[in-house]
Design a protein around this ligand. Structure first.
Ligand code: UD1
Ligand code: CA
Length: 517
């Protein structure tokens, strides 16, 4: 708390946003991982108000539910049939304590780049100046349809005139006909003295080009009552820009991202290609981490320090530990431990937890999988509903068959156990610590400590099959040549059993050498 904390912030979010042409209310569209309203609430909270009210009407229930989800302490105020920003503000005031005194800030739900520090500056300036109203203004090269700020010869603000009304004055050729050419615009963000706002709104009518109750009319009324109105001109035009259509949504989204990426570079993150790097507003990244081109860090993702992410990686609500490496990966609600390695071409689905120094390699999909420290799932594997102990190794092409068509079941692989390549573990399966599964096995029961499980057909070689069934082919000729060479040596008979299989049926990593001719 400082001496310049406002009594309240009222966020106006009742408008329809027809130009979005969307089934989703405008303020629920997103940039930087937050809704437009989410950005507005975030900035409002940073101003440290005693009360925060959001005025809703269009798609009331959806917007109100979103407010509740983001900020349980915010008040939701309903706007009635009377249209306009003035009425919206009145409805906001009605939700606040009747005897509220001090400064009330008014912001809009569709101005996402406005920052909390600008609101704090506004409050402080407003309170120091003693003005009844302070309006944030900006000078635009093209003032478009914004409300125009009308100043007197001394430079004091005397009124804000809506574009349509300024146009009408131009047509009438009266004393206000120059106003349409004014380039200083009303951002729609204000600080008001609470008592003045309440009494002035009661006097605002709807006699204007749009037949609405304009909040901007409070300015002229304050002047009428002999009160001062001051302007706080901001240089950073982005902070006053609202979203009306999807072109502006993308435009502001890109600028927000540019700001976020720049922030993290200033905090010590190397971003190889800022133009193709997208970082949501709620992401955090440690020092000396490198983001390679084509990285999207979304939602509540956090990346530790000295990590490497990318290229071409999308992480949503994912935690990446210090010194980890995540390459060409898609991950959601996953945890990657310190020093661990993921990718390339890995797909980590919700509930994946990879321990420190572990590995998830190429073409591996994981889901609800706790993979222990130093454990490796290096190649071509589906690993779902599994617990894998530290130091275990899952061979290439292993499938954790977790779904029997009705229910999901878990598989456990113990510490330092070894699953041979191309095995299928038909859950529920429990492989103890220090156990082996022979390559190519289909495992459906328990494997005890120190055991090897072999569950596959034995190899059987049939002599002369190629000569009989594939006579005349290149394969048959190659066989003939090879047999002639072997028989020429005289001492190497054709193999009767697999040279790769030991008597116990397990893999022999070093096949017996055959004599070359
Ligand atoms: C308003 C200002 C204009 C300013 C511009 C800045 C008025 C009369 N005009 O115009 O001077 O330059 O903003 O963007 O205030 N809203 C409600 N209830 C309503 C109408 C609007 O809550 O009945 C909310 C909208 O959701 C939106 C905000 O108020 O967040 C602004 O409404 P909008 O209709 O866009 O105002 P403008 O006509 O653009
Ligand atoms: Ca607008």
């Amino acid at each position: 708390m400082t001496s310049h904390d406002p009594a309240a912030v009222i966020v106006l979010a009742a408008g329809e946003g027809t130009r979005m042409k969307s089934a989703t209310p405008k303020v629920l569209h997103r940039i930087g991982g937050r809704t437009l309203l989410g950005h507005a609430l975030h900035a409002a909270r940073q101003a440290a108000p005693r009360h925060l009210a959001v005025v809703v009407r269009h798609e009331r229930d959806r917007v109100a539910a979103h407010v509740e989800e983001l900020d349980a302490d915010a008040l939701v105020a309903d706007q009635d049939e009377v249209k306009g920003t003035g009425r919206a503000c009145e409805c906001g005031l009605e939700a606040l304590p009747e005897d509220l005194e001090g400064t009330v800030l008014v912001t809009m739900g569709d101005v996402p780049l406005l920052t909390g520090s600008t609101l704090r500056e506004l409050t402080e300036r407003h309170e120091r100046s003693g003005a009844a109203v302070t309006v944030i203004t900006a000078e635009l090269p093209d003032a478009r349809s914004y409300g125009r700020v009308v100043r007197d010869d001394a430079g004091d603000v005397v009124a804000i005139m809506e574009f349509k009304d300024a146009l009408a004055h131009r047509e009438a050729g009266d004393e206000w006909s120059h106003v349409v050419d004014v380039r200083e615009i009303n951002s729609g963000i204000y600080a008001f003295d609470a008592a003045l706002l309440r009494s002035a709104l009661a006097r605002v009518g709807t006699d204007n080009a749009q037949g609405e109750k304009y909040l901007t009319d409070v300015v002229a009324i304050a002047r009428d009552e002999g009160r001062r109105v001051s302007a706080h001109l901001v240089e950073d035009l982005w902070q006053t820009e609202g979203v009306n259509d999807r072109v502006q949504l993308a435009h502001l989204g890109r600028e927000l991202n540019r700001r976020t990426v720049e922030h993290w570079m200033r905090e010590g993150v190397t971003v190889v290609d800022p133009a193709t790097t997208w970082i949501d507003a709620d992401v955090t990244i440690g020092r000396d981490t490198v983001l390679r081109p084509g990285v999207q860090l979304l939602g509540a993702t956090t990346v530790g320090s000295e990590a490497v992410v990318g290229p071409d990686t999308t992480l949503t609500d994912t935690v990446v530990g210090d010194r980890a490496s995540v390459v060409r990966t898609q991950a959601e609600l996953a945890v990657v431990g310190e020093g661990a390695s993921v990718g390339p071409f890995s797909y980590l689905r919700p509930g994946t937890e990879l321990g420190a120094d572990g590995k998830i390699g190429g073409f591996v999909e994981t889901k609800n999988a706790r993979i222990g420290a130093g454990a490796k799932v290096p190649h071509l594997t589906y690993c779902g509903d599994a617990t894998i102990g530290e130091g275990a190794n899952i061979g290439a092409g292993t499938i954790f068959a977790n779904y029997d068509g009705v229910a999901k079941h878990r598989t456990t692989v113990g510490r330092h156990s070894f699953v041979g390549s191309d095995s299928v573990l038909i859950a529920p399966v429990d492989i103890a610590d220090g156990a082996y599964v022979a390559a190519g096995s289909a495992i459906e029961g328990r494997v005890g400590p120190g055991q090897i499980a072999v569950a596959r057909g034995r190899q059987r070689n049939v002599d002369g099959w190629v000569a009989r069934r594939r006579a005349g082919t290149a394969t048959a000729r190659a066989a003939e040549d090879a047999l002639a060479r072997e028989q020429g040596d005289g001492d190497v008979p054709p193999p009767e059993d697999s040279p790769h299989t030991r008597p116990d049926g397990t893999d022999d990593p070093t096949p017996p050498r055959r004599a070359e001719s």
